[in-house]
Design a protein around this ligand. Structure first.
Ligand code: HEC
Ligand code: HEC
Ligand code: HEC
Length: 430
């Protein structure tokens, strides 16, 4: 009996010791899971949609314009009344991957659950722990989404999900490297790059959720602002078909590279999401994007034409109005060659924005100017001035038409009417 007692005592001691060891070890583990969840939330860019202008992070209330009407993002802080504090992990997973709210109602696909469907259980878990324990609860009810009939009937979305959605988890490609699979997981899943870069069908669905579809990432249209193709060159726009892996990483992580600078909604993606990702993940995304390119990298279609434009601008005799406006207003930074200066002034020759069929992005940039985002990798902000108050509609049209036909660019002319319409859409500050 004595030995038994001693044994029990010893066992108790060991258990006690194990418990004291497990205590802090467990807490540390949770901190690590929270940190991983915070990183994944960056990769998923949850903050972009779930934060209203000037509002608290993740408290929702941002109005997302859709062709059905305004859809408001919701409060995803752990507040029990107005946020998701009452969500179990299973309910959180269903919201993220299946577009199902805790009460069973379907979410509108303004929430990119068809992409998040690819998430692993492990990553959903880390996100859940982060949102429950790493985010401050904010008591603030987001405005309710009230679409008109029949879109107010959320059960109708069950059909949409069935016909157009995606509910399959990420399937690694056994033929591809771990790095490519990691990139695919990030691009197709958390990064939801397709929600802007994949063309939409008649029901606003993305035409493809994996590279098996040629339409996947083949170029989207954000109310007229082009989200260029990430699959291959389109026309005179060489896009990043000629960019190296390092140049793609540079663009994603810092918003600038030897070719281009981010503008439009991509600026926010770099500022809130990609700028926080580590080099290994950015490289995985770049290597994956290179691996799914359709068609060979496109070299400048006509180097002779590009040289002819540079020569005309250098000679500066008998210039057209567009050429003269370019020399007077733009040439100092973007140069007569249209080649700009690596990582400082983007290339205008072969630029995706300039060669887009819709001139909205180009004309908006000329009128309003632009500025690179500030990231840890490249903190400096490089601004381009806006020309709205200096150039008339006719002048901007002549200049834009020159840009779209100069060097090796090749896109249709822009009219003064196009410019007037774009100017009218801009906020009065511009
Ligand atoms: C592109 C915009 C967008 C992004 C990015 C986004 N969401 Fe959402 N999310 C929405 C919108 C809009 C709704 C509300 C949709 C509705 O009411 O049908 C929503 C709803 C939700 C809900 C349901 C909450 C409720 O009770 O209504 C959860 C949970 C959620 N999002 C979590 C996330 C997380 C976590 C991330 C990042 C991994 C994320 N969202 C990224 C737009 C977005
Ligand atoms: C909210 C919409 C949106 C999302 C999400 C988005 N992009 Fe973009 N992206 C754009 C827009 C708009 C542009 C054009 C930028 C400009 O006007 O300068 C762009 C440009 C780019 C370019 C430059 C292409 C070129 O030819 O100049 C690359 C590369 C790119 N995005 C990669 C990505 C990747 C990778 C993801 C996912 C991690 C992503 N984007 C997610 C909107 C988006
Ligand atoms: C003071 C220098 C400067 C001048 C002058 C200038 N730009 Fe820029 N431009 C920049 C910088 C810096 C950027 C990058 C900002 C960004 O897009 O984030 C830029 C970006 C652009 C872009 C977007 C390129 C891309 O990859 O998204 C276009 C198009 C453009 N400029 C055209 C013009 C035109 C046309 C003029 C003359 C009317 C002009 N710029 C004058 C500095 C300048």
């Amino acid at each position: 009996m004595k030995t038994m007692k001693q044994l029990l005592l010893a066992a108790g001691l060991v258990a006690g010791l194990a418990a004291t060891l497990a205590g802090p070890a467990f807490a540390e583990d949770e901190q690590a899971v929270i940190a991983r969840g915070a990183y994944l939330a960056r990769a998923g860019d949850c903050v972009a949609c779930h934060t209203a202008p000037g509002g608290k992070e993740f408290a929702g209330g941002l109005a997302i314009e859709s062709n059905l009407g305004k859809i408001f993002s919701t409060n995803i802080t752990p507040d029990r009344q107005s946020g998701i504090g009452g969500y179990t992990e299973a309910q959180f997973a269903a919201a993220l991957r299946d577009g199902k709210r805790a009460d069973g109602a379907n979410l509108y696909p303004a929430m990119p659950y068809p992409s998040y469907a690819k998430l692993t259980d492990e990553d959903v878990h880390a996100l859940y722990v982060y949102f429950m324990k790493g985010v401050q609860p904010v008591a603030s009810a987001a405005p309710e989404t009230r679409l008109s009939f029949p879109f107010n009937l959320r059960f109708g979305l069950a059909f949409w999900n069935f016909a157009f959605g995606n509910s399959t988890r990420f399937q690694p490609n056994p033929q591809a490297s771990d790095e490519i699979n990691r990139g695919a997981y990030l691009v197709e899943g958390l990064g939801h790059c397709g929600s802007c870069h994949t063309p939409r069908g008649f029901a606003m669905q993305e035409q493809g959720y994996t590279a098996a579809d040629d339409s996947y990432l083949a170029g989207g249209d954000l109310n007229g602002w082009v989200a260029p193709s990430l699959r291959g060159a389109t026309g005179a726009s060489r896009g990043f078909s000629t960019w190296t892996v390092e140049e793609i990483v540079d663009y994603l992580g810092s918003g600038r590279n030897n070719h281009a600078a981010v503008g439009g909604e991509m600026k926010m993606v770099v500022e809130h999401s990609l700028g926080y990702l580590n080099d290994a993940d950015l490289k995985a995304m770049a290597v994956y994007l290179k691996s799914i390119a359709t068609g060979a990298p496109q070299q400048p279609p006509s180097p002779e034409r590009a040289r002819a434009t540079a020569d005309r601008l250098t000679a500066a005799v008998n210039l057209s109005e567009g050429e003269r406006l370019y020399l007077d207003n733009c040439g100092a930074c973007h140069f007569v060659t249209g080649q700009g200066d690596a990582r400082v002034f983007p290339k205008l020759d072969g630029n995706s924005i300039i060669n887009a069929s819709n001139p909205l992005a180009l004309v908006s940039t000329i009128l309003a100017g632009a500025a690179t985002p500030s990231t840890d990798r490249s903190p400096s902000i490089l601004p381009m001035p806006g020309f709205a108050s200096r150039l008339s509609d006719n002048e901007v049209a002549a200049l834009a038409t020159f840009l779209r036909t100069g060097w090796s660019n090749n896109a249709p002319a822009v009219s003064a009417g196009d410019v007037a319409a774009i100017r009218a859409r801009m906020t009065p500050a511009h």
